[in-house]
Write a protein that binds this ligand. Structure first.
Ligand SMILES: Cc1ncc(COP(=O)(O)O)c(C=O)c1O
Length: 369
């Protein structure tokens, strides 16, 4: 059998950076700047600039950043936050952590993102925020959602965990809402060598309180202004992310090459391909195709050495952990169908044209049978 094509090839990404990363980690160890420290502070400045935002606060994960985002907005017990059921569960965790209730709204079939047409009818007196996700690296339709936020005086939190550098009408995501949150989980477009996340905002007071909340509710050591958390970014992760950020634009260009080639080579297959919206430029965190026989196709790809994955096989309103919310199958038909049909193909900067051609030929084989 030909060489397997992994779903994700982090070793290939790390290989050319290895000396630089080793030196940065060694420096962090020599300085003993393990928790926050100068490399984290420098990365925060660099990532804020990358997003075009005033402030970036480094966290130990995207989940922690989302949690703190809702605390900053004063969301708490008995409140509701509107979000999407078609996302990684952490988007909803943040809502649950503050004691609020996730209120799901279905997605658009074409983009997998929150359907702006359905948002307004989900707003109640208890709604405190709207928190959509730029899923798979493609920005959600910000203009109509921002208009709803303005009309109902609700803050917008962008879950940008999958969308570092994606643009909406030419402007980088992460600066449209009151607060945006990013993940630097290793497989993300910008990934740490471990866990990491960031909260990005133009609001100086939010940034200052986020810095305190991530560090035990404290700005002066051993004096605690409020109940806080240990959500600090590790110094080593700040150092690694600073190195990797310099390569992100190039990696994004390469992801776009992969997406373009898939689109061209798969155009005449029975697969439903991603449909990029004209208002957005995706950073292609994932390349998600759709087909009714998804499970068989997945088995076929894996049997032929092509890695693939499901994002996500079960929407959040049907997860066991959210059974108490009382949603039934059929509540969000577009999300449920997407969950049944979605299949993520390999996409990363290092994927060669030859590898892409092989993925496509294995897919063609499946439909010939
Ligand atoms: C959409 C989305 N939100 C939130 C998160 C949580 O980020 P983390 O894994 O860094 O906690 C992730 C990634 O894992 C994600 O994909």
């Amino acid at each position: 059998m030909a060489e397997p094509i992994p779903y994700l090839d982090l070793p290939a990404q790390l290989r050319p950076l290895r000396n630089e990363i080793d030196a940065a980690i060694a420096r962090t160890i020599d300085n003993c700047s393990f928790c926050l420290g100068p490399d984290v502070a420098q990365f925060e400045r660099d990532f804020a600039r990358f997003c075009g935002a005033d402030h970036c606060v480094g966290f130990n994960s995207g989940t922690s950043a989302l949690h703190v985002a809702l605390l900053l907005l004063g969301v708490g017990a008995g409140d509701e936050v509107i979000t999407t059921p078609m996302t990684f569960v952490a988007t909803s965790w943040a809502i649950s952590y503050v004691g609020a209730k996730p209120v799901y709204v279905d997605i658009e079939d074409a983009t997998f993102n929150l359907d702006p047409k359905l948002v307004e009818r989900a707003i109640t007196k208890k709604t405190r925020a709207i928190m959509p996700v730029h899923l798979y690296g493609q920005p959600f339709d910000l203009d109509p959602i921002l208009a709803i936020c303005r009309k109902h005086k609700l803050p917008l939190v962008e879950d940008a965990a999958q969308a570092h550098g994606a643009t909406y009408r030419g402007k980088t995501v992460g600066t449209f809402g009151e607060i945006s949150c990013f993940s630097f989980y290793p497989g993300k477009n910008l990934g740490a060598c471990g866990e990491g996340g960031a909260l990005v905002t133009n609001n100086a007071a939010f940034a200052a309180r986020a810095r305190s909340l991530r560090e035990h509710g404290s700005t002066v050591r051993y004096y605690h202004d409020e109940v806080g958390f240990n959500y600090r970014m590790e110094g080593i992760q700040g150092a690694v992310l600073g190195i990797k950020l310099k390569h992100l634009d190039r990696w994004t260009r390469e992801r776009r090459r992969v997406a373009r080639l898939y689109a061209e080579l798969l155009a005449d297959t029975p697969l439903q391909l991603p449909q990029p919206a004209d208002y957005a430029e995706s950073v292609w965190h994932l390349y998600v195709v759709r087909h009714a026989r998804r499970d068989d196709l997945k088995k076929h790809l894996e049997a032929n050495g092509v890695g693939c994955a499901l994002h996500y096989p079960l929407p959040l309103h049907l997860q066991k952990c959210y059974a108490h919310l009382g949603y039934r199958p059929g509540a969000f038909p577009v999300s449920e169908k997407a969950a049944r049909e979605c299949l993520s193909l390999p996409i990363y900067a290092e994927l060669t044209d030859a590898q892409i051609q092989r993925v496509v030929s294995v897919i063609r084989d499946f439909f010939r049978k």
